[in-house]
Design a protein around this ligand. Structure first.
Ligand code: ADP
Length: 301
């Protein structure tokens, strides 16, 4: 609720046509006949994702408390912080994946394009179509690459073969996998690929439903350095069309791939807290908080 003084504001009085009261201890002043121009409304862009006072509990234990943040569209935001401080838990709130964990409870508001994803009339499957999630360990389905990528569109009712062919090829291209698999993607199992290729297949599968956001939960932690660099290059490619939020334990990776960085840590009560979020360069070179400075300079964590 806005805090109001008991006195009417001067603009309310002039709008109502009465002269403003003149405080007795000041000389009388002339009141301008025309009221001052109203301030130009500054349209603030709606963030792609936001959280307002979000806390998440597993049973009665708070994993993370009081998170307020907003995520800029078409940018990469990295979540960094020590293990167990709630980065993945916060990430999963955006597309309601915590709904699938027995005993998990989310308090507060999670907004997607300004709309509450937790509202009664919002279906989690629709949210997950528009906000995809890529897991730490690549998890292709035990079926052909084609079927892996066509899976989501089929579930959403695409039946036309030519249309599915087009979606599969486009998604494999966007995931920078097409050139490596174009000869056998219809037959070869997704499980027959290398780890890095499997992760790019999972990204292609996510892209097939044309999401606005892709959440990535330590997507490179199971990959070798070459495969990691390919995923990082892919993230840079995708950022112009998709909003990406990536959890990473690797600070060099955060500084390489992200535009914005959010630093989380454990509070004294052992639940996670967001310490600060800002431009990646600022977080790594000139953080506002001492806790962030200590973490990014390697003094703890
Ligand atoms: P991070 O991603 O920063 O490592 P997590 O979000 O995975 O942190 O975990 C935050 C806290 O929540 C930890 O204490 C973890 O043990 C707990 N936690 C995470 N997932 C579950 C779960 N499915 N059930 C119970 N506790 C969980």
């Amino acid at each position: 609720m806005a805090i109001r003084s008991p006195e009417p504001r001067i603009d309310e009085i002039t709008r109502a046509g009465a002269a403003p009261p003149v405080p007795a201890r000041f000389p009388a002043v002339r009141v301008m006949a025309t009221p001052p121009m109203p301030p130009t409304p500054t349209a603030r862009p709606v963030p792609k994702l936001a959280m307002e006072a979000v806390s998440v509990f597993y049973g009665s234990t708070a994993a993370v408390r009081d998170v307020d943040l907003s995520i800029a569209p078409n940018a990469v935001t990295a979540f960094i912080g020590p293990s167990g401080c709630g980065k993945s838990t916060v990430l999963r709130c955006f597309n309601r994946m915590n709904d699938l964990i027995p005993g998990a409870r989310v308090q507060g508001r999670v907004l997607f394009n300004g709309e509450d994803v937790g509202a009664r009339d919002v279906h989690p499957v629709d949210v997950r179509q528009r906000i995809g999630l890529v897991f730490q360990k690549p998890n292709p389905f035990p079926m052909s690459m084609y079927e892996n990528v066509a899976y989501g569109p089929r579930r959403h009712g695409v039946r036309d073969r030519a249309r599915l062919d087009e979606i599969v090829e486009r998604s494999l291209r966007r995931a920078a996998l097409w050139d490596e698999v174009k000869d056998d993607y219809r037959k070869k199992s997704g499980l027959a690929l290398s780890g890095g290729q499997q992760q790019r297949l999972c990204i292609a599968r996510t892209l097939a439903t044309d999401p606005e956001v892709i959440l990535m939960d330590e997507p490179c932690s199971a990959l070798d350095p070459i495969a990691t660099l390919k995923i990082e290059a892919l993230i840079s490619e995708l950022r112009s069309t998709v909003t990406i939020v990536i959890v990473t334990h690797n600070m060099q990776q955060a500084s390489r791939v992200s535009d914005r960085t959010a630093f989380f840590t454990l509070g004294d009560d052992r639940s996670g807290r967001l310490v600060e979020i800002g431009d990646t360069l600022q977080i790594f070179t000139n953080p506002r908080e001492q806790l962030t400075e200590d973490y990014v300079s390697g003094r703890f964590g």
